[in-house]
Design a protein around this ligand. Structure first.
Ligand code: NAD
Length: 477
């Protein structure tokens, strides 16, 4: 059992509101632990700790290389606990254990190490020749106290995409995990202490929407860095705009994988395309759930994909052989199945799955593939966040690109072909933040990641992700 009392502020767990959040396993409904549902007063304590730490010599006096070293130690501490944290994330999120080790923990360590290095290499000060004669000093100073709000699907990885660059920049952070999966994030507190982060540099406020709203409204917060749904992002963006508070938004997606007509359906390719839809039960922001399939090979490709989807091992996420675990809650399961039912009413055809999967008290949805889907149907436009792919027919490359781009979202995509050059050419025509060629992983820690259109504002990853936590300042001399 993991029980965390209060909010983590200035290096200690400060007792807070009596109100608590119980955390249950989506696989068994078993109680895993609990956290405090932090109030506005609790949030204010954490923000005050972050403000004090921001200017304290113990943090502000460190060189960028020393901040990078601290991030490196944080990465080491997480890596040393890979088995424990992967098991905890597998329990609270429902991620298959094997996937959790590399996609939840390995990625977290990779992001922190990337920013440990960038802290050392980045140019934080530069003397330039003035356009008006003389010279100017251009500095990159920390944006200040960062309120980081994260979702439940990849809590440590998404926290690292914010904490890594924020700390590399010299900011301090108040981190708010989601109420569904706050336990691994709370475990970060002890790891940060062990890594020698000065008190107040990383603070944690567990809680729900009201806690997040209090953090967004807290006067001591200079920047909100949010990852979550587009609906919540719109509200947070509007609240930040009212105070001209800096804000970056990493939101939802409805990404497309374009399968070109020369594609060879070898085992590796098919399994990678399917994992692009089904990884973490489809609860991944970059899930490529719209599969665009050439009309000339539609039935053949749909048949092969349906067979691969049907053969996925669904079950207890703690088992090594499990490929697809539960979805996050019974509510999510019912919503996903209702949306699949709605698609069938709209004319879609179930070629794999399409039903709940009864394993004890778990919230399972059978991995599902729908054929004969038109891109105008709700199932092709709305983010489902579940193990459901839709097969959409196209007649030529121009139509494939037009369908892929016809979405309110623009987060990511993939293009598959026997000819990688041809796929890379098609990738250039997609209006999305990142595209994978012959792979289902459109993400690289050292490169910018984020959304076009309603998938967000701003970028995480690489130097662009660091710039998001820096304010340029010009000294004319
Ligand atoms: P969510 O928007 O419901 O919640 C995300 C976080 O925001 C939670 O901590 C929640 O408590 C908090 N929150 C919600 N409303 C708020 C408000 N008005 N003010 C302040 N805080 C608020 O999302 P979720 O269900 O936890 O996560 C799933 C969503 O996250 C999906 O839409 C997915 O695409 C998105 N996501 C995006 C990325 C990305 O990088 N673009 C990555 C992962 C997940």
């Amino acid at each position: 059992m993991y029980h965390y009392e209060g909010t983590y502020a200035a290096g200690t767990w400060v007792p807070g509101e009596a109100s608590r959040i119980d955390v249950h396993s989506p696989a068994t409904d078993e109680l895993l632990g609990s956290v405090t549902d932090a109030s506005a007063a609790d949030v204010a304590v954490a923000v005050a700790a972050a403000r004090t730490a921001l200017d304290d010599a113990a943090w502000a006096g460190l060189t960028p290389a020393e901040r990078g070293a601290a991030l490196g130690r944080l990465a080491d501490g997480i890596e040393r606990r890979t088995e424990e944290l992967a098991a905890l994330l597998s329990a609270e999120v429902g991620s298959p254990l094997r996937w959790a080790r590399f996609a939840q923990i390995g990625t977290t360590v990779g992001v922190l190490r990337t920013y440990a290095k960038l802290a050392e290499e980045h140019t934080f000060e530069e003397v330039r020749r003035s356009a008006m004669g003389g010279e100017v000093l251009v500095r990159q100073v920390p944006v200040g106290v960062v309120g980081a709000i994260i979702p439940w699907n990849a809590p440590l990885f998404i926290a690292a995409l914010k904490v890594g660059p924020a700390l590399a920049a010299g900011c301090t952070v108040v981190l708010k995990p989601s109420p569904e999966a706050p336990l691994a994030v709370c475990a970060l507190a002890a790891i940060a202490e062990e890594a020698g982060l000065p008190p107040g540099v990383l603070n944690i406020v567990p809680g729900g929407v009201a806690t997040g709203e209090a953090l967004v409204a807290a006067p001591g917060v200079d920047k909100i860095s949010f990852t979550g749904s587009t609906a919540a992002g719109k509200r947070i963006g509007a609240a930040c705009a009212a105070d001209v508070r800096r804000c970056s938004l990493e939101l939802g997606g409805k990404s497309a994988a374009i399968l070109l007509d020369d594609l060879e359906l070898d085992r590796r390719t098919v399994s990678s395309i399917v994992s692009g839809v089904m990884a973490n039960s489809g609860q991944v922001c970059v899930a490529q759930t719209r599969l665009l399939i050439p009309g000339s090979r539609y039935d053949e490709i749909v048949g092969v994909l349906a067979e691969a989807v049907d053969s996925l091992v669904v079950g207890d996420p703690a088992e090594e052989e499990t490929q697809v675990g539960p979805v996050i809650s019974a509510h999510a399961r019912d919503r996903i199945l209702a949306q699949v039912g709605g698609a069938v009413e709209d004319g879609a055809r179930v070629v794999a799955g399409g039903s709940p999967y009864a394993i004890g008290a778990g919230s399972y949805v059978r991995p599902t593939l729908l054929a004969d889907v038109d891109n105008a149907m709700s199932i092709a436009r709305e983010e489902l966040f579940g193990p459901v792919g839709v097969a959409i027919r196209y007649e030529d490359e121009a139509e494939a690109v037009a369908i892929a781009n016809d979405s309110p979202y623009g987060l990511a995509g993939a293009v598959w072909s026997a000819d990688a050059e041809r796929a890379a050419e098609v990738a250039l025509r997609l209006r999305v933040g990142s595209v994978a060629v012959n792979s289902s992983a459109p993400l690289d820690f050292g490169s910018p990641f984020g959304g076009f259109k309603q998938s967000g504002i701003g970028r995480e990853g690489g130097p662009e992700g660091l710039a998001a936590f820096l304010e340029p300042q010009t000294i004319i001399r």
